[in-house]
Write a protein that binds this ligand. Sequence first.
Ligand code: IMP
Ligand code: MG
Length: 448
Amino acid sequence: MSHIGQHKKRSFYICPIFLYFIMAKTIVVIGGQWGDEGKGKLVDFLAKQADVIARATGGNNAGHTVVVEDQKFKFHLLPSGTIHKGKLNICGNGMVIYPKQIIKEINTLEEKGFTLTDKELAVSSSSHVITEEQIQKDLATGKKVGTTGRGIGPCYMAKIERTGLRMSEFIKEDNEEANRLAPFVKDTYTLINQALEDKKNILIEGAQGTMLDIDHGTYPYVTSSNPTAGGQCSGLGIGPTKIDDVIAIIKAYTTRVGRGPFTTELGTDEQTTEEGTWDKIEPNFEEQLKQAAEKGNGGDEYHQGKYLRLMGREYGTTTGRPRRTGWFDGVVARYARRINGLTTFALTKLDCFQDLDKIKLCTHYEIDGEKTKDFPTDLEELKKAKPIYEEMDGWKSDISEAKTFEDLHENCQKYVKRIEELTGVPMCIVSVGPKRSQTIILKKEHLF
Ligand code: IMP
Ligand code: MG
């Protein structure tokens, strides 16, 4: 009995420290759709409060822009924490790394006064190195999938074939690139596991998106890694029990770049490609936006899609390609919930519907006359899928200044709640514009 009493008394004194320990978290942020969901903004926001920021999969096929004090940084390989002093940034073993690109990013940061020490950047010795030959091969063969042409597929092929070049071997070569990278190359599994044991806040920054996963995406129109939650564990060497929250970023509509089936697409792939890159659009943007809204409200699907593309500035960071656009797909969102074991969604680009009279939301697919809630993994089945929509009234108002959920127009609130209902996933954040201040936090318990 006295033992119990003693224990109680002791736990009273330990309490504040205990609280500190349970506050430390490991959060995974991944893309819930086909990539480009706007992960960058949330990742930057969370990176500030993290001690360790890690990337686990993919390579410089990913890309996002970070703005700090009016300086713009385009990252393809480095994690987002590299612009904050004193954080540990990890490029995990699951990544494929093109030495020239990572060196370019390290050097650009240095020129702008953000010099990285070997305490701030660690590149896994087991990550694989992309070679010039692999880039050439991707450029020659990647067209039918619409790859980014960065050598990602061929590098992962060599890895699986067991003929790949690992970073640990690359840095033994005596050349300028190897020497530049050598100080950063480490056994990163030890660093991240040590951070877990030391109760640090860890942010795992996913790349691409669920539907581009080599196993779970729309194969063969996918990337060559597992950007889903499971891939984050194998890509860093940590166990799934260490993850506290899995946040999927989802856009309030859908986009995809490259080829492949896209059930809720508005207009066709060819029409989108024909529009050309942003530089062609920019000179008469306003006029085109107005026309797209008018024709879209008249019922023209291609122009509804064009409206979303223009409003959302849906042009690739890495390749500049216009993205294919479509209505929100609840079947995909539910699939993302299951594949990733999501705890919450963060909804982005909710401000991109403001001139639309009606907004559609896909709740089911119809395949060969059968209604289904489940995403079909067979490509032929998927190609046959027709979206079943629910139509909602638009809000016809600018919501970009909203600070709370209650500030949003009633119809807009309904739209958000309907997505939660359809997917069974609570929303932790709603984003109404690119700025940090345009972020409405609904459930802080899923964040740091
Ligand atoms: P890869 O990753 O370059 O092999 O390209 C395979 C497919 O994934 C193509 O459809 C790409 O457009 C797509 N993809 C790769 N990375 C991203 C990304 O970061 N965002 C969106 N799509 C991507
Ligand atoms: Mg991107």
